[in-house]
Design a protein around this ligand. Sequence first.
Ligand code: PLP
Length: 416
Amino acid sequence: MRTLPFDKSKLDEIAAKWPTPFHIYDAKAIRENAKRMKKAFSWNKGWREFFAVKAAPNPHLMTLLKEFGFGSDCSSMAELVLAEKVGNTGEAIMFTSNDTPLAEFRKAWELGAIINLDDITHWDALLEAVGPDADFSGRLMCCRYNPGPLKGGNAIIGKPEEAKYGMTREQLFDCYAKMKAAGARRFGLHTMVASNELDPEYIIDTARLLFSLVVELREKLGIEFEFVNIGGGIGIPYKPGQEAMDLEKVSKGVRQANDEILAAAGARGVKLFMECGRCITGPYGYLVSRVIHIKNTYRLYAGLDACMSNLMRPAMYGAYHEIVVPGKENSAETSVYDVTGSLCENNDKFAIQRVLPVLERGDYVVICDAGAHGHAMGFQYNGKLRSAELLLEADGSVRQIRRAETLDDYFSTLEF
Ligand SMILES: *Cc1c(COP(=O)(O)O)cnc(C)c1O
């Protein structure tokens, strides 16, 4: 079973102030992880991680990551505003959107963000958004490549040729040529073909693919590339027995590819960018809930005060999340449970047929690896309210970084 950064008595203390369910993030572990990642890629002088804001859109977490120079990967108006609020502006923002509203292109432009075009038609949309006289000469411009059948599939994103993101090879050449003709001089190349990937080779292969493409684009179009963004999608070991991605191995492989492909072709000093979300905060966030009912029918059910609106990965992807019962970690008495929430949807289950310590009403149930794509994917279906987010500081103190929603919040948009 996982070791938590808090025990039952600490939870009693926290829950007396902020009732369950809540999400809690471990600041110390997030910092240590960020430091490790930065160190792993230190050979690349311009290396930068742009934290995928959608994974955990909380300014306190973004600020914490900013300590390590992490920028923001944004794909919506709200995410752009969040980045701006924490002081990530200009080229600390990578704006990687798709099906982009013009107002968002305008906002990204005003902030001086690196604009990453998802489609060849978005070039015209961008011109429409920022006006025909916009000056591209100092702007860092990027295109998102979809390698199609050149790259094998991945469980969450699927096969690249069935994915809605990015441009074909032909469109890519076309788009850079158009940007160059419009006066753009500074370029980057991007792709994002993985999600929750644990194999270092998959990420290294992606880098190789992009590096080779950069060499071709340079030669054919006579443009230089400042960066290559290999995307996010680095996985975390949700299941027992899985191993965390070996970042040193990824780094070594990418470095070798850099030397063999880019440097060999005379493209030196190309910066390596990443835009991970999951592996940055995922393992360091916990959904803390309590058992409110034990039900014994055709199966044994543990009903929690949290539901899939607090964490929808299990219901949405059938995702596995470790569950820990503080105070009963070493209990020899176990039963097999379906661990449920209260939504009127039968897929509202955090775990199915899971062996857990024998549960009673009032027990804490901690769902692990909820720190990315957890609270962020919350919703209000069935009138469920979004929970609070708390930050466990290195000194053991706890700070609320988002309050829980109230019924007044829920009703605030209604015309009564
Ligand atoms: C979701 C997303 C990310 C982050 O993905 P993780 O799996 O959380 O690392 C990065 N870039 C883009 C464009 C995304 O859509």
